[in-house]
Design a protein around this ligand. Structure first.
Ligand SMILES: [Zn+2]
Length: 130
């Protein structure tokens, strides 16, 4: 899904600001990002549906001790760690895909694309990150 404009050089998809705090975890987790854009209309496509299906098969941490993730748009995660397809994530993962797609680095989208849980339609609660 790489756009080529102007030919030649590789374009860096994202400025480092997004990854500044969780840069170490980002390579292990999936969608452990910090969006900067405000949300618009929910984008429900193959990737959002794939993440939803995987989310419904997730493993949850027993204890909620991690604190909340607060999205730039105000959406709050729950306070637990979750594992989707063997990767650490938080409950905003579907929300990020639906509302902050432009802030997600291409390598994170590739991880979502690689999920093999089928596709399911997200509900309102899942889109809100709770
Ligand atoms: Zn948000």
């Amino acid at each position: 899904m790489r756009r080529s404009e102007g030919g030649g050089g590789r374009r860096r998809a994202r400025p480092p600001a997004i990854l500044r705090r969780k840069s170490v975890k980002t390579s292990d987790g999936i969608l452990m990002i910090e969006p900067s854009a405000l949300s618009g209309t929910a984008l429900i496509d193959e990737l959002t549906r794939k993440m939803t299906a995987a989310w419904r098969q997730r493993r949850d941490a027993d204890e909620g001790y991690r604190g909340f993730h607060r999205c730039a748009c105000g959406a709050l995660s729950d306070n637990k760690d979750h594992w989707v397809g063997g990767r650490l994530t938080n409950s905003l993962c579907i929300h990020y895909l639906a509302f902050h797609r432009d802030d997600i680095p291409p390598e994170e989208l590739d991880k979502v694309r690689a999920l093999t849980y089928g596709e399911e339609e997200p509900n309102k609660k899942e889109l809100a990150g709770r």
